[in-house]
Every structure is written in structure tokens, then in C-alpha cells.
Design a protein around this ligand. Structure first.
Ligand SMILES: Cc1cc2nc3c(=O)[nH]c(=O)nc-3n(C[C@H](O)[C@H](O)[C@H](O)COP(=O)(O)OP(=O)(O)OC[C@H]3O[C@@H](n4cnc5c(N)ncnc54)[C@H](O)[C@@H]3O)c2cc1C
Length: 387
């Protein structure tokens, strides 16, 4: 879209191994799984759009490799394709806990694609005992979408409270309470040792304590890995599978990377980070497109994501894998707050609930590197005035 918007009139080819028009992945664990969003609402654009924009969209085509010397990409069962400029944005693959006994039993699911979501819904049917392994965003959103009067949902978490590593214990405890009030059960600080078979499919989950939890459906929400196996020969990948890029999102001459796979320098600190957020992937795409056209634009926006559970949204801007303190404005228990994550006296990230307007201003300030210092946040303030 950005290439066309910026006036590029040459050939644009968009390849995806999925058999679907590009769609809104974030709806899968929310409205789609809850039965509130129909399949027809998933595509980002109608098929006509690609024709009107003269974008060749080829679905069901897997890219098998890249030859940097000849500027060609290898495709499964098709002739190689030459590129003048290449954007790599293959996203992630859901982890499957390959060492866990029983992980391939029928009834055990991951959630990454629309096909995964449809199969999961079909697989659940009228089944009544859902166990979710993992208490981060996918696991918790799936729990909020699947809990119902005639269906039990148990979340198994390694952490003491959900989201502990990303949002901290107070916000995690608030989310856990929100889920418990809807009937979700939690097994926290727990380790799954096996998925046990019953009548040819998963029947229960065994914990290290030997506790057995009945389960006729298991959802693995245990993280993702960059889908970069096909790039191993062409690039030196990071240990986690990420592809290093510079501030212009360039990985090699005439090659850019965007979204989940790109390990890029954060504007705020210069530190490299790989961030799996929807809006960041979109922003990366726009920046990479402009740079393909010869502009020299660094990616400087503050990373941003949201999660939605039981109709309540939490918004998060910035990036803080660790923090020395969290400063709260408002009341976490009342789901009306801003939480400021402090790193070396600097606000590295902010999470907010019921503070959407403030979060817009704060995201702008973080992007410009103009957030007040932690010491200046002792009292609530007008963020509009600060901007
Ligand atoms: C269920 C779910 C809910 C989410 N909710 C949120 C949310 O609320 N907020 C948020 O910020 N983020 C959310 N995310 C994360 C967000 O969707 C991702 O960060 C974002 O989609 C990454 O975009 P991307 O372009 O890097 O990759 P993707 O969106 O994964 O797109 C990559 C595409 O490339 C295809 N592909 C991969 N390898 C190849 C290959 N070799 N050949 C051809 N095609 C290939 C893939 O099949 C896929 O279609 C969610 C993710 C999931 C799965």
C-alpha cells in the first residue's frame, strides 16, 4: 500500500503460503474465537483492492530461500522470482513444546493462523473441558473467548500471576481476578509434564505435582518463533531466529525485513529488540517501503500493542523487558490506571487501562523521546498539556 501511495508504478508481488487474503490476525483469539466476529470480517482488504492497486497477490506460495547474489527468491514448485527490492515479513510460528509427551495428540492446538482458529473452533464443538497452557496474551485472550456456562477453562501458568514478566505482578493479579470472576480456573507456578491420551485423543494434563486436570481440548499458548528457517542459508540469524536489520530496517543490499522477525535498534535506547506487535509490523512495512524507494527513513515510533479481554482493553507503549520500579497513577484494581515502567530513572514503557486518550499522548511522547523523568511523575498530570 505504501509503495503505491508513494507513487511507485512498477511491479509489486505479494506472496503468502496461506490460502487466504491477508487478514487481521489479532481478531482470531478475540472476536472470532468468541463467535462474535465472522470469517468474512477477517480480511484486511477485499480481493478487488489488490487488482485496483495492481498488486499481484499470490496465495498458497511458500518461499523456500533467498539468493542474495542473483537477487532471486526460490519458491516451492515454481520458477525462482527476481527482485529489485525485497521485503521479508514471514512473521512467526507458534511453539508446540516438542519435548512434551503427548503434544501431537488429537485435540491439542496452537493458534497462529485463521485455519488454526477455524480448526480449533470445529475441534471444540460441544467439548466441555478446555485447558490452556501459557498465561500470556494468546492464552489469556483464548480463555476469555472460550469460557462459557457449559464449558470449563483452566489456564496453566509457569508464573505466579499471568503477564508477570511483561506487565508486573499487580496488573497480572488484576487480570487473573477478572478471569476468575468469569469462571476461569488457574494453576499457577505449575509445570506440565505430559498430555495424557484417552480414547485416541487428549484426555487430561499431568502436572509435575502429579495433579491430573481433565482436558478434552488443549491450547498451547507458549510463545512463537520467527518463521525464518528458509532464510538460514542467506543470512546470519540471531539465536532466537530473528533477522538483524539497521535503523532503516535493511538486512542486506536491496533487502528489508519487517514485523515479528526483524531485530532492529530501538530509537529510544539504540538497543536491538525484536517485538511481536501488530501495529509495529504495519509501521515497519511503511518505513521499509519508503526506504525501498530511496528515502532514508529510520524507524523511530514507540512500539505499541493492546490486548482485549471481556471487552476491557489494556494499551501498552514503549518497550521494557526489565524495570527497576513501576509508578502507578490511578487504581489497578479498578481497571483505571497508567503504569510507568522505570529503567535507570527513564520511563521505558507505559501500560494503561481506561486511559485511551492519555495513551495516545504518551505514545507520541515516547516516540519523540520526550517523556518526563520518573522523578517528575509523583502526581497525576494532564498528558495533553505535556504534549
Ligand atoms: C491470535 C493472535 C492474536 C494477536 N493479537 C495481537 C494484539 O491484540 N495486539 C498486537 O499488537 N499483536 C497481536 N498479535 C501479534 C501480531 O498479530 C503479530 O505481531 C503480527 O501479525 C506480525 O506481523 P508480521 O507481518 O510480522 O507476520 P504475520 O502477520 O505472521 O504474517 C506473515 C505471513 O507470512 C506467511 N509466511 C511465513 N513464512 C512464509 C514463507 N516461507 N513463504 C510464504 N509465506 C510465508 C505467513 O503464513 C503469514 O501469512 C496477535 C497474534 C496472534 C496469532
Amino acid at each position: 500500500q505504501t509503495l503505491r501511495r508513494e507513487g511507485f508504478a512498477g511491479r509489486v508481488v505479494l506472496l503468502s503460503k496461506e490460502l487466504a487474503l491477508p487478514y487481521d490476525r489479532t481478531k482470531l483469539s478475540k472476536g472470532y474465537l468468541a463467535g462474535k466476529a465472522k470469517k468474512e470480517s477477517l480480511p484486511l482488504r477485499e480481493a478487488d483492492f489488490y487488482a485496483q492497486q495492481n498488486i499481484e497477490y499470490r496465495e498458497g506460495v511458500r518461499v523456500a530461500g533467498v539468493n542474495l547474489a542473483t537477487q532471486e527468491i526460490q519458491l516451492d514448485n515454481q520458477l525462482p522470482l527476481h527482485y529489485d527490492q525485497l521485503l521479508l515479513a514471514p512473521g512467526s510460528t507458534a511453539s508446540r513444546l516438542p519435548k512434551l509427551p503427548g503434544h501431537i495428540l488429537p485435540g491439542v492446538w496452537t493458534l497462529r493462523t485463521a485455519t488454526d482458529a477455524s480448526r480449533l473452533l470445529e475441534g471444540i464443538g460441544t467439548r466441555k473441558e478446555v485447558v490452556i497452557i501459557g498465561s500470556s496474551f494468546i492464552g489469556m485472550e483464548v480463555a476469555s473467548s472460550l469460557i462459557g456456562e457449559d464449558r470449563a477453562v483452566t489456564v496453566i501458568a509457569q508464573e505466579k500471576v499471568p503477564f508477570q514478566r511483561v506487565l508486573g505482578p499487580e496488573i497480572g493479579a488484576m487480570f487473573q481476578k477478572m478471569h476468575e470472576e468469569k469462571g476461569v480456573k488457574f494453576e499457577t507456578e505449575a509445570e506440565v509434564t505430559a498430555l495424557l491420551r484417552e480414547d485416541g485423543r487428549v484426555g487430561s494434563v499431568q502436572l509435575k505435582t502429579d495433579k491430573i486436570i481433565p482436558a478434552d481440548v488443549v491450547v498451547l499458548g507458549v510463545g512463537v518463533r520467527p518463521a525464518t528457517d528458509f532464510l538460514k542459508d542467506a543470512f546470519t540469524l540471531e539465536k532466537d531466529g530473528g533477522l538483524p536489520v539497521n535503523a532503516h530496517l535493511q538486512a542486506a543490499p536491496n533487502v528489508y525485513a519487517a514485523g515479528d522477525i526483524a531485530r532492529f535498534p530501538l530509537a529510544a535506547t539504540g538497543q536491538p529488540a525484536r517485538i511481536e506487535h501488530w501495529r509495529l509490523a504495519q509501521q515497519h512495512g511503511g518505513v521499509a517501503a519508503r526506504n525501498m524507494l530511496g528515502q532514508q527513513q529510520p524507524y523511530t515510533a514507540a512500539p505499541f500493542f493492546w490486548t482485549q479481554q471481556y471487552g476491557k482493553s489494556l494499551r501498552y507503549a514503549g518497550h521494557a523487558e526489565q524495570w527497576e520500579a513501576i509508578i502507578y497513577h490511578g487504581d489497578v484494581a479498578k481497571q483505571d490506571f497508567l503504569a510507568f515502567y522505570v529503567q535507570a530513572g527513564r520511563i521505558a514503557a507505559v501500560a494503561g487501562m481506561n486511559r485511551d486518550a492519555d495513551m495516545i499522548y504518551i505514545t507520541e511522547l515516547l516516540g519523540k523521546g520526550c517523556m518526563p523523568a520518573a522523578a517528575d511523575l509523583r502526581v497525576e498530570m494532564s498528558w495533553e498539556a505535556v504534549v
